[in-house]
Ligand binder design. Structure first.
Ligand code: 7RM
Length: 653
């Protein structure tokens, strides 16, 4: 397993990019270490169309972050849409910018750079007419339609700040985000469409906006034509407003550190945090990593099948690819609709050259057999990517051998909402991959492994908590409205370093192997969730006294959700109760959240000081009750026996 695969010659040949060999990587990495400011100023001048090009690189550092955010390119001024759209009008006006396929196979739309530029201009004018001003927040609660990207870029065009909320989130989750960011406008659609089913986006928006909030206007795209509720004076049809708006909208020029977007992400405690990304640094990093990792070429048909509700969609469907003038694919449906051949059918029809998905999809499709793959022509593909969670070597091998027929290279890209872009990953033509390893850091990324017991750095091969020691341009600057939380979450565990929350191993070749979260965040089918969010949903039910939720290994989802529930006195466990609790989780988080195992327990294992010993609950869920370790500090050790016995019964059925 430690033998790297060679990068096929057809992947290496003819690259226009700066890193095409292991030596190139070494040189560029060293340069980024010796002179980070010089390195990033050079990259940004190449990749970004600035109004006023910056002369400054990084200001501030992790030690000083408590006093305020660090910054990049502080004296530069720009509008990110000039890089993503206007600059391409000279040489790529008729090139397809967005290639979209709807829920039904073959339902295809193409927007050229010229058309996308005009749509974004119109939408920007619409937002202005709805009263949106520079710096104000707009929530985008949509499915995977081209208009979602148009709306994001339209916000950027006028210096407004978008916050995309994944279309699977519930009304409660949407309401929390609307309130937290203080949005004045919500953009949504009548319904979403996914896997032949409709998603009531407008109805959920109406429910979310029932109560206190600052939303004055709701812009509604018609996708399915379904009748929806209408609030006079508040709701506006997208097509009516767009028809009245002109396509020209001068870009609002802002400072490099002006906010571009807020994206909520789950942590180990409390409510999701609104990570704030800013214009100049984020765009530079998204563009640089997209071009470098995937080895982007002018004629590529690049397909990332993530959702724009997650950071992957922001950086690698919208901002990175459009900054680079690529043809970027947007996909409304699922990998199994109408059957498990959907991705490969689209590879054949659209001739994708780069294909980027999540390990959970790869595992689910591998389980359906090779025929769904081999019946389609995949010869166009050169680079295959994965993101979102560790990929197990068996799934990696299947992706490589069956999907890629051994002709492609695989980039296993490690990064986070907080990092803005890919941090540890093979560079397609340059890095010999090993199945299951994210391999090597990108230029500008300096990983450190810390032994959690001693707090000391692990040098050479070894394992520890993954930290990054220096800011890079794409890093989130703060948690919107709560800078102290930003500092406490990321910079307080290990002084002077950014703590990622992931565990990691480094092998003798210096390759990194992410082992998964070391906090109470779980990656379920590529969705990042906090166990605390499940717990607060469960205890919201009056029958529940206490709940503790942990992850456990799951063949397809990567991590499954195991909930231990203590009922109030007098309540009894039943099928109906379980359904009610599942409904409660759905209501408070969203349709993508589901508990896999609900276990009633007489009590939670607590120390005498009342702290839940989650380590014990994790071991039971992992099916290793024999490895519980020391339980002598428990207030009531008999609880553990009952939990182990109960889990054994659940496993049997
Ligand atoms: C891009 C994204 C971040 C968490 C991160 C990891 C896990 C992501 C990989 C991975 C192993 C990978 N943003 N993760 N990529 N683990 N190998 N290639 O997923 O904010 O939603 O999640 O996802 O645990 O901390 S995210």
């Amino acid at each position: 397993m430690n033998e790297p695969y060679e990068v096929p010659e057809r992947v290496r040949a003819g690259s226009p990019n700066s890193i095409t060999s292991a030596n190139d990587w070494r040189r560029e990495y060293q340069r980024s270490a010796d002179d980070p400011d010089g390195f990033w100023l050079e990259q940004t001048r190449k990749l970004v169309r600035w109004q006023d090009a910056p002369t400054a690189g990084l200001s501030g550092d992790y030690h000083g972050v408590k006093a305020g955010p660090f910054s990049w390119f502080g004296d530069g001024r720009l509008n990110v849409t000039v890089t993503c759209l206007d600059q391409h009008l000279a040489a790529r006006a008729d090139k397809t910018a967005l290639l979209w396929e709807g829920d039904e196979p073959g339902d295809v739309r193409r927007l050229s750079y010229r058309e996308l530029h005009a749509e974004v201009g119109r939408c920007a004018n619409v937002l202005r007419s709805l009263g949106v001003r520079r710096g104000e927040r707009v929530i985008i609660y949509m499915g995977m339609v081209p208009e979602a990207a148009v709306a994001m870029l339209a916000c950027a065009r006028i210096g407004a700040v978008h916050s995309v909320v994944f279309g699977g989130f519930s009304a409660e989750a949407l309401r929390d985000r609307v309130r937290d960011c203080g949005a004045g406008v919500v953009i949504t659609q009548d319904e979403g469409l996914r896997g032949g089913r409709s998603i009531p986006l407008k109805a959920t928006t109406d429910e979310a906006l029932d109560g206190e909030h600052g939303v004055e206007k709701v812009l509604v795209l018609r996708r399915t034509g379904k009748d929806v509720g209408w609030v006079q004076g508040r709701d506006v049809w997208w097509h009516d407003a767009m028809a009245d708006a002109g396509p020209e909208c001068a870009p609002e020029i802002v400072d490099a550190e002006h906010p571009l977007f807020i994206l909520y992400t789950s942590g180990s405690t409390g409510r999701p945090k609104g990570l704030l990304h800013t214009c100049g640094g984020y765009l530079t990093y998204a563009a640089y990593t997209h071009r470098t990792v995937f080895d982007l070429r002018e004629d590529d048909v690049y397909a990332c099948v993530a959702d724009v509700g997650w950071i992957t969609g922001h950086s690698y469907i919208v901002y990175g690819p459009l900054a680079n003038g690529a043809t970027s694919f947007m996909f409304e449906s699922t990998p199994v609709y109408p059957d498990a051949g959907r991705y490969w059918d689209m590879v054949q029809r659209h001739r994708f050259t780069i294909f980027y998905t999540a390990p959970t999809a790869i595992r689910a499709l591998a389980a359906q057999g090779d025929d769904f793959v081999t019946r389609y022509d995949r010869s166009s593909v050169r680079v295959l990517g994965t993101v979102g969670e560790p990929i197990n070597p068996a799934a990696w091998e299947w992706y490589h051998r069956v999907v890629g027929e051994g002709r492609c290279t695989i980039v296993d890209t490690w990064w986070q909402t907080e990092t803005g872009g890919i941090c540890i990953s093979p560079i397609a033509p340059a890095t010999a991959p090993k199945p299951g390893s994210a391999t090597l850091p990108m230029p500008g990324i300096f990983p450190q492994l810390i032994d959690p017991d001693t707090g000391r750095e692990v040098r050479g091969p070894g394992q520890g908590h993954l930290c990054l020691t220096q800011p890079w341009p794409g890093q989130a600057r703060t948690v919107f409205g709560d800078h102290d939380r930003f500092v406490a979450t990321y910079f307080s565990t290990y002084e002077g370093r950014y703590f990622t929350g992931d565990g990691c191993r480094r092998d003798a070749d210096g390759y990194y192997w992410i082992t998964g979260r070391v906090d109470d965040v779980i990656n379920v089918s590529g969705h990042r969730m906090g166990t605390a969010e499940f717990e607060s949903a469960l205890v919201a039910d009056e029958a529940v006294g206490e709940a503790a939720v942990v992850g456990f290994p799951h063949d397809i989802k990567g991590t499954g959700v195991w909930a231990y529930v203590v009922l109030q006195a007098g309540e009894t466990w039943s099928e109906a109760m379980q359904q009610r609790l599942q409904r409660q989780v759905r209501t408070s988080i969203g349709a993508h959240a589901r508990v896999d195992v609900l276990q009633p327990v007489p009590g939670l294992p607590k120390t005498r000081s009342g702290k839940v010993m989650r380590r014990i609950l994790r071991k039971v869920a992992e099916g290793q009750p024999e490895a519980l370790g020391d339980t002598s500090t428990l207030a009531d050790p008999s609880v553990v026996e009952a939990i182990v016995a109960g889990a054994a019964v659940l496993k049997r059925c």
